[in-house]
Design a protein around this ligand. Structure first.
Ligand code: C2E
Ligand code: MG
Ligand code: MG
Length: 695
């Protein structure tokens, strides 16, 4: 030590050295003033006093320099340390001579003076303002951070790699239904099982972190404390030590349930039909595409295009409200026909599409179609009225008919249209032929319109023969369509289409005019006058101006009304009974005859029959065709004949093909027969020939 001091003295004294130190080096008595025995020159900078002004309390004592609020604490801490023989370290404020307070940090220790052996302290007081300010800034930052952590609406957490929460903020606790973060952290023992609804989510989280060091907008469903489920979105990262070892994960969590619900609703609305709740056409097209994609080699996928027959009448006669209700009933009946995994969609209007997957045989589809037909045709009761409706179904099957969704749908539509053409309430499989003919509505309606303007329609006439005399006592006008390319299309095919596309009214008018005109010609030629029967479709019957139209055509063609007979099918009459009653009444007043066509196939009751002002009853072909074999049919036909006669009606049997049928009907008292046996439908000249022969 002496050596060192000597060495130092070569350059400067220890005092000089101490004076160069920033801050105040001191030696003081432990009295009530902290009386300074030694003060280094740094006291000028630190407190604004010269050395000799502080020494021995000459101008001021050190106790006075200490902020009054800190004095007691400083003294207590120093005295404490002295008592225990420790060094002390205190921080407090002193007042600079210029009046400003500044923070200082003081370190020191006790010793006993050599001279008086009284206790002394010596130490070093340094300006700590900068450090204190930094601390204050740090504290403020910490406070702000705390405030964010505590008050933000996002959940903030740290979790351990083994799947427990380490820290969480109040928002996090609240989000999951806990009253405090502590409770939340303590309660959840395994994030994997207790937090995520989907147990694999934790693994997804870990592997994403593994790959990218972080996860962004990681959306999952999570359980709250009460086991209710919320949607959360997480942003998180891995926190590692300097060696790269994983310490914990930290992240934020947002409750996105509301957005998810909105998304789900929007998604639902985008894929479902609002009226029926079924899938919509786009969604079905997607499902179909997926089904075709995953179809295994030995499996079939089928599309059934279901169209309600004459839905327009349900809508028009019962109102849109009922129409909507009816569509909902159809939707639920279709849904009831499905197996798990099948889909049904509303294509629009009264059209539905059923998608069947994983079929092992094509024939299964036919069973479905049958089930659908019979389910849909169950009467539907509203205000104690039974409403009957049917549907037509078109079927296409992958892989035989098509392999892509678009073609399958088009093919099924074409097949459905064909089913309609073939009389409704049935189903049809797609055939290549169908597609070649492109049974597309637009094209059909164009072709039909052209047929009318280009004169492609003509009438054939089928005689009605009186059983007693064998004479032709009438004829039915039957519409024929001869297309320019030589094709002859059956009315059974195109009349339903004409009804569907709204062309039956002008076509029907043409038939009326043509038949009346022809009949008038024959009468002018001197043949014995006979009534000609014209078929009237349900749509024509419904129109308020039917009777006026008929009167107009009779006047135009100068035909006596009683030589015109209108054939109206039983089901057309029944679709609006009261309107039918009044129309028939008006026709009778005009003098035009009327007949109930296809009797026995509709739903009319005896009571109704009495109220219809008709002249003739035509027994449907289906009762005649096996009458010679089927005793049941004989009784039905017998009953119809008797019934008709008691009502004063003429009875015509349709579709009589054989002499046996003729004889049997004759024996049962049938008035007239119409059928291949007595004459096929023939061109006008051929009938004229027959009439001439009878003259
Ligand atoms: P419909 O009024 O019941 O006409 C009788 C149908 O039975 C005709 O078929 C006729 O050719 C057929 N037929 C007649 N005798 C026999 C027979 O002995 N055996 C068999 N198997 N069939 C027989 P077509 O001409 O094909 O007409 C079918 C349906 O088309 C008609 O049934 C009618 O409902 C409708 N139709 C025909 N022409 C018109 C028309 O001008 N207007 C309207 N609205 N419908 C029409
Ligand atoms: Mg007829
Ligand atoms: Mg008929």
């Amino acid at each position: 030590m002496t050596n060192d001091t000597e060495r130092l003295n070569l350059f400067c004294t220890a005092e000089d050295l101490i004076d160069t130190l920033p801050g105040l080096v001191y030696c003081a008595r432990v009295d009530e003033y902290w009386t300074m025995e030694f003060v280094s020159a740094g006291c000028l900078d630190l407190a604004g006093y010269q050395v000799d002004e502080l020494l021995h309390n000459r101008i001021t004592c050190f106790e006075n320099l200490i902020h009054p609020d800190d004095r007691a604490a400083v003294r207590r801490q120093v005295m404490d340390a002295l008592e225990r023989g420790h060094r002390y370290h205190v921080e407090y404020r002193i007042r600079h001579r210029n009046g400003q307070y500044r923070w200082v940090s003081e370190r020191g220790a006790a010793f006993r003076s050599d001279r008086s052996s009284e206790p002394m302290i010596a130490g070093h007081i340094q300006d700590a303002t900068t450090k204190k300010e930094a601390e204050a800034i740090y504290r403020e930052a910490e406070r702000r951070y705390r405030s964010i952590f505590e008050n933000t609406i996002e959940g903030i957490y740290q979790s351990s790699p083994d799947g427990r929460f380490v820290t969480a903020n109040p928002a996090m606790a609240r989000m999951f239904g806990y009253s405090s973060p502590e409770q939340f952290v303590a309660d959840i023992k395994g994030i994997e099982e207790e937090l995520y609804v989907e147990p694999t989510r934790r693994n997804d989280f870990l592997s994403l972190i593994e790959q990218n060091g972080q996860v962004r907008e990681f959306e999952s469903q999570a359980y709250r404390r009460d086991r209710s489920i919320i949607w959360i979105s997480e942003n998180a990262r891995a926190v590692r030590d300097n060696d790269g070892a994983l310490l914990f994960f930290e992240g934020t969590v947002e409750d996105i349930t509301e957005r998810k619900v909105q998304e789900t609703v929007a998604q639902y609305q985008a894929t479902h039909d609002s009226l029926t709740g079924l899938l919509n056409r786009n969604a079905l097209a997607c499902r179909l595409a997926e089904a075709l994609e995953r179809r295994r080699p030995h499996e079939y996928v089928a599309v059934l295009y279901v169209d309600i027959d004459q839905f327009k009448y349900v809508n028009d006669s019962l109102g849109h409200h009922m129409g909507d209700q009816y569509l909902r009933i159809v939707a639920s009946r279709l849904s009831a026909c499905l197996r798990r995994g099948d889909s049904v969609a509303r294509q629009g209007g009264d059209e539905f599409i059923v998608l069947l997957e994983g079929l092992s045989a094509g024939e299964e589809v036919d069973q479905y179609a049958q089930t659908i037909l019979s389910n849909i045709s169950q009467p539907w009761r509203i205000n104690s009225v039974d409403i009957h409706a049917t549907c037509s179904i078109g079927i296409s099957i992958a892989p035989s008919d098509a392999l892509d969704a678009d073609t399958m749908l088009r093919h099924a539509d074409a097949a459905m249209f064909r089913a309609k053409a073939l009389g409704r309430n049935n189903y049809r499989h797609f055939t290549a032929n169908l597609s070649n003919r492109a049974f597309d509505r637009l094209e059909w309606s164009n072709r039909l319109r052209n047929a009318l303007t280009q004169g492609e329609f003509l009438l054939h006439y089928q005689p009605k023969v009186e059983v007693l005399t064998g004479r032709i006592v009438g004829a039915e006008a039957l519409l024929r369509w001869q297309t320019p390319n030589g094709e002859s299309i059956s009315p059974a095919d195109f009349i339903p289409l004409a009804e569907e596309v709204g062309l039956i009214v002008p076509i029907g008018e043409w038939v009326l005019r043509e038949a009346c005109h022809m009949n008038r010609q024959w009468q002018c030629a001197g043949y014995r006058p006979i009534p000609i029967a014209v078929n009237i479709s349900a749509i024509q019957l419904e129109r308020a101006d039917l009777v006026e139209k008929v009167i107009g055509i009779l006047e135009e063609t100068e035909l006596t009304p009683r030589y015109l007979e209108l054939e109206i099918t039983e089901s057309a009459l029944m679709s609006d009974v009261s309107q039918s009653i009044s129309t028939l009444e008006r026709l009778r007043r005009v003098g035009v005859r009327s007949a109930i066509d296809d009797f026995g196939t509709g739903y009319s009751s005896l009571a109704h029959l009495k109220r219809f002002a008709v002249d003739t009853l035509k027994i449907d072909r289906s009762f005649i065709c096996n009458i010679t074999r089927d005793r049941g049919n004989i009784s039905i036909v017998q009953a119809i004949i008797s019934l008709a006669h008691t009502l004063g009606l003429t009875v015509v049997a349709e579709g009589v093909e054989t002499p046996e049928e003729y004889r049997l009907l004759s024996a049962r008292g049938c008035d007239q027969i119409q059928g291949f046996y007595s004459g096929r439908p023939m061109p006008a000249e051929a009938l004229a020939e027959k009439l001439r022969a009878q003259r």
